[in-house]
Design a protein around this ligand. Structure first.
Ligand code: GLV
Length: 307
């Protein structure tokens, strides 16, 4: 019952140390030094090389190192009938609450705008930006926490998800046909959706045309959800007033990408919500024990929905 850390390009030593602290006797291998492939039953993965996971005949659990599992489903050779789990933890949702609120408040308080005035030594007081309607796309564990956080900050919050959700003081919509209702009155549209075949390119021309003129877009879901050309058009046609993007189709965002120097685009480097290693290690270890004891896994995802 060996555990494999399969995260090319990521620093593994902290995770290894945290797992060893939980149980010094754990047999842990770090890819590519996998030893006998038959030993591996539990793999912690992040952006694994496609096809790699089919090399382990006794693999029982694939555990995502993040909240998202889209990186796992990108693999066309993903072995079937192996449980897939995601990370669910309050520090991930807590960071996202602060990120989304911070971006919205930055806009509302015109902090970036004043920074530009400052550069030109201009004194130009203005009222806060009006409009406090926020529409959240995605009401999973993280989306729900963000919705509740924004309600506490007195924003008027609505939310949209694939299936029906009820959240106190949040107007909720679900299903494709309700997307227009969900965004049409929003001053801020915030995407926190999982990336699945149903949400790919959901932030597109059609959605932007349903939105209120001048809405501000925040994408902290996945880059694959945004049609980049449609965003550039919506910004130049002033359908949207600006966008803050944390995730991109290609990461790191290539140096020559037009988003880097766009005056209406704010970029953060996929840093909105980062995995807390100690909490992640204990969640992996709990699930490793559940697997070993034949018990129900925590946070197992539905492979048909891909989230
Ligand atoms: C980050 O994007 C994650 O999936 O946790």
């Amino acid at each position: 019952m060996t555990l494999l850390i399969l995260m090319p390009g990521k620093e593994n030593s902290e995770l290894l140390k945290a797992l060893k602290t939980l149980n010094p006797n754990l047999d842990i291998r770090i890819w590519p030094e996998v030893g006998d492939v038959n030993d591996i039953s539990f793999a912690i993965v992040w952006n694994h090389p496609k096809g790699e996971l089919k090399n382990y005949p006794n693999l029982k659990v694939i555990a995502s190192f993040g909240a998202g599992v889209d990186h796992i489903f990108k693999d066309p050779d993903l072995p079937k009938n192996i449980a897939i789990t995601k990370l669910v933890d309050d520090s991930l949702s807590g960071q996202m609450c602060e990120y989304v609120a911070g971006v919205i408040l930055n806009q509302r308080l015109r902090l970036t705008e004043y920074r530009e005035y400052q550069a030109a030594s201009v004194w130009a007081p203005k009222a806060f930006k009006s409009g406090n309607n926020v529409s959240l796309l995605g009401l999973g564990h993280i989306g729900k926490e963000v919705a509740e956080y924004l309600v506490q900050l007195n924003f008027k919050v609505s939310g949209w998800s694939q299936s029906k959700k009820d959240i106190k003081n949040v107007t909720t919509f679900y299903g494709q046909s309700a997307l227009k209702q969900a965004v049409h009155d929003a001053d801020y549209i915030v995407c926190l959706l999982p990336l699945t075949p149903k949400t790919e390119n959901i932030l597109n021309k059609s959605l932007f045309s349903m939105a209120k003129k001048g809405a501000y877009l925040i994408n902290a879901g996945r880059g694959g959800q945004l049609n980049e050309d449609d965003l550039l058009d919506a910004l130049s046609e002033e359908k949207l007033s600006g966008a803050c993007l944390d995730v991109f189709k290609v990461e790191p965002l290539p140096k020559e990408h037009p988003f880097w120097c766009h005056p209406k685009i704010y970029i953060t480097p996929h840093s909105a919500s980062m995995t807390n290693i100690k909490k992640a290690a204990s969640q992996f270890y709990d699930n490793y024990l559940n697997m070993k004891n034949g018990e129900t896994l925590f946070h197992q995802i539905d492979p048909d929905r891909e989230y």
